[in-house]
Ligand binder design. Structure first.
Ligand code: ATP
Ligand code: MG
Length: 409
């Protein structure tokens, strides 16, 4: 079972440097899992017997960032890439169910692997020794196709409640079944998620919602622990919408929260401490999620949406409505929106062929009237009553302004 992993050249140099200085060193965690599964890893984490200061001595301070010295982590810059190098360690005591009370450096890799959450994440590799896999992670990943806790599942979830969410995240990402004892413990210990910081929850939920079709790995009991605003009755339909949507966490979160209404979406986004931009997007989508098609041509419907929402929001909203209703009419509007964008068709005041200066030149007094006239001109263009053409717009604005002045008299 000694398959060969195609090492990233920078990671190979880091392993080499540590080995030549007499330390043990391995690739570990996600990069080993992804390589065995035949995917290209997005980063290459390394674990070593070297203490952080020893790692820094091997590569020189200039090439090292002391990322988390108290946890034993140094980021090493090598061949243009960055590699997290962490000293073998065990964690002792999780009095609060979220932070280890202390970390202790240890001499061998097996002890370090034993503190990791799931067998598929608890493998190490280097070229000389091949795969170090004391818990059967390779077989779980490739043969049994399960996510299974390292050690006794309930205890591992008591130590760190976030692992409960990580179980479903890795299941969904790798499309693996859950080991029955591990899944039973996760459900039983689900209240431990309440001790976990919002930032960590959102990070994992984001990754869960980025999986191809995560619905199977989103049991309502677990989701309700982190999103109490979920509507139990609507949940099966929400999960179907999540699976029908592209793997975009923001629109999928909006699909879950839509039945909770705008207030529910606002409170969920605040609790998860989403960024301002993320919260704004999710809340807008949830608030707009009753959007209905009209009988107008798709291009006109798309243009009206682009006039009041950002292009990404329009794209997400139409995908959401299509997933919720199965109505292909929304896809036609989405295609029209793409087409309008490709044409740089005018949907915003800033895209009009006239601007405020033109209005002042027509004799409009500076002030709110300028904005009102530009909005009115945009409406003409969006409704396709006027082309976005300078001469045509100036002519229309002139008549309009005269009418306004006459009305005032
Ligand atoms: P990804 O590709 O999503 O980054 P990953 O396996 O690298 O997957 P990380 O969350 O980056 O996942 O964690 C790196 C490694 O650290 C994991 O593979 C696992 O071995 C270990 N690990 C991370 N978080 C925990 C945790 N809460 N409990 C135990 N081990 C953990
Ligand atoms: Mg990682």
């Amino acid at each position: 079972m000694n398959e060969k992993i195609n090492l990233d050249p920078g990671a190979a140099q880091v392993l080499d440097g540590l080995h030549r200085a007499g330390y043990k060193a391995y690739l570990v965690g996600g990069c080993v899992r992804d390589s065995l599964a035949g995917r290209a890893p997005h980063d290459w984490d390394i674990c070593t017997s070297a203490r952080p200061e020893q790692t820094m001595a091997v590569f020189g301070e200039k090439h090292c960032i002391p990322t988390g010295l108290q946890h034993g982590t140094v980021t090493v810059r090598q061949g243009g890439g960055f590699y997290e190098v962490t000293t073998f360690r065990v964690e002792g005591g999780y009095a609060d169910g979220r932070h280890p009370d202390r970390v202790e450096f240890v001499a061998d890799v097996e002890a370090d692997l034993a503190r990791r959450d799931f067998t598929i994440n608890a493998m190490a590799y280097n070229e000389a020794e091949g795969l170090i896999d004391p818990f059967g992670g390779r077989e779980d990943l490739l043969v049994r196709r399960v996510v299974r806790a390292v050690g006794e599942p309930a205890r591992r979830f008591e130590e760190d409640g976030l692992r409960i969410l990580r179980l479903y995240r890795f299941g969904a990402k790798e499309e693996l079944a859950l080991d029955p004892a591990t899944a039973a413990a996760a459900l039983q210990e689900r209240e431990r998620l309440g001790c976990v910081s919002a930032e960590r929850i959102w990070q994992e939920l984001y990754k869960l919602l980025s999986a191809r079709r995560p619905g199977r790995w989103m049991p309502p009991e677990i989701l309700r622990q982190i999103l109490p605003e979920l509507d139990g009755g609507a949940y099966p339909a929400c999960i179907r919408a999540v699976d029908a949507l592209p793997p975009d966490p923001l629109v999928r979160l909006a699909a879950l929260l839509a039945p909770a209404g705008p207030a529910g979406a606002v409170s969920a986004a605040a609790r998860l401490r989403c960024s301002r931009a993320e919260a704004g997007e999710v809340c807008t989508l949830a608030a707009e999620s009753s959007l209905a098609l009209t009988g107008d041509p798709p291009r006109l419907q798309a243009r009206r949406l682009l006039a009041r929402l950002a292009p990404d929001t329009v794209r997400r909203l139409l995908a959401l409505r299509r997933a919720q209703t199965g109505d292909e009419g929304f896809a036609a509007v989405a295609a029209a929106a793409n087409q309008l964008q490709a044409e740089h068709a005018c949907c915003r005041v800033s895209q009009l062929a006239v601007n405020g200066r033109d209005l002042l030149a027509l004799g409009v007094r500076p002030g709110p009237a300028v904005g009102r006239l530009l909005s009115a001109a945009l409406e003409q263009v969006v409704e396709e009553k006027l082309p976005n053409d300078r001469a045509a717009l100036l002519g229309w604005l002139q008549t309009r302004q005269t009418t306004c002045e006459q009305e005032k008299l």
